[in-house]
Ligand binder design. Structure first.
Ligand SMILES: [Fe+2]
Ligand SMILES: [Fe+2]
Length: 271
């Protein structure tokens, strides 16, 4: 199967480049599963139901989140009626929504999609390693799902890589999100799990992690906020990772995707 995971969509510019390219990529590459991280989609902070619907209409099968999951308060309510919207699974019991779901895609694939948050330099959530064991006990790869995609939303490269090795052979793809800069290490681990430490954001890279650069620079200098953080509005780069899986759900090929904006373009050679 052919999977595409698109990194954190930041603000209007990120949304525009996603909506411009995703329908065409979905058709041209005959994608079976498309997952998009949407935690920064609404002005850089969270997601609205209207934006979620735009992403689904454009070809996303599922939308994952992260530490900004509930920045838009309406998400606390609408997440319960949107089964394709996935927040971190290791939130405390009783949090709205779900952290894992088996999503049926347009081509009939059954994709286990799990969003997890790391704990190094992040909020003190439950253990994501134990949380993934619980999910995989219920839905092992190849039984109940054709592919398994884990979005590990974390600050520390070490924690992301440790998690990748921990689930190697039990997932189709482990992809890092949250740092908003793509790493050059997309590869297939020894057990057959495709891995990339961070997929990068989908947004304007002439910025500080997607935000117009003046205010973040000012805050580092002055240590007090001066204005609201606003997404940078220049040309955005769509950053994603492309994976082809074998019949057993493990990865056979992996490649980074970068389209538009300031970054060097990259497309998978195998599609
Ligand atoms: Fe993000
Ligand atoms: Fe984040």
């Amino acid at each position: 199967m052919r999977l595409l995971f698109v990194g954190d969509i930041v603000g209007r510019g990120g949304r525009a480049v996603l909506l411009e390219h995703l329908p065409r990529l979905r058709a041209r590459w005959a994608l079976d599963v498309v997952v998009v991280n949407g935690e920064n989609a609404a002005g850089g902070f969270g997601i609205t139901e209207a934006i979620l619907q735009e992403f689904l209409d454009a070809g996303a099968d599922a939308v994952t989140l992260g530490n900004h999951a509930f920045d838009q308060k309406e998400a606390l309510a609408f997440i319960d009626r949107q089964p394709r919207l996935i927040r971190p699974v290791n939130y405390p019991p009783g949090a709205p929504g779900r952290g894992a779901a088996v999503i049926e895609t347009r081509t009939g694939a059954r994709a286990l999609v799990v969003n997890l948050m790391g704990r190094v330099f992040m909020d003190a959530l439950d253990d994501p390693f134990r949380a993934i064991d619980a999910e995989l006990a219920v839905t092992p790869l190849g039984q109940g799902c054709d592919v398994a995609i884990f979005d590990f939303h974390a600050e520390a490269s070490s924690e992301k890589q440790a998690f990748g090795h921990y689930v190697d052979g039990r997932a189709s793809l482990v992809v890092g999100t949250h740092t908003h800069a793509p790493t050059a290490d997309a590869r297939i681990l020894g057990g057959g799990t495709a891995f990339m430490t961070d997929v990068g954001m989908t947004g304007d890279y002439d910025s500080v992690i997607g935000m117009a650069k003046e205010e973040p620079v000012r805050r580092f200098l002055k240590k007090v906020p001066g204005a609201r953080m606003e997404p940078a509005m220049g040309p955005a780069t769509l950053c994603a990772v492309a994976v082809e899986t074998a019949a057993n759900g493990l990865a056979e090929r992996v490649a980074p995707v970068r389209i538009g904006g300031a970054l060097e373009p990259a497309l998978p050679e195998f599609w």
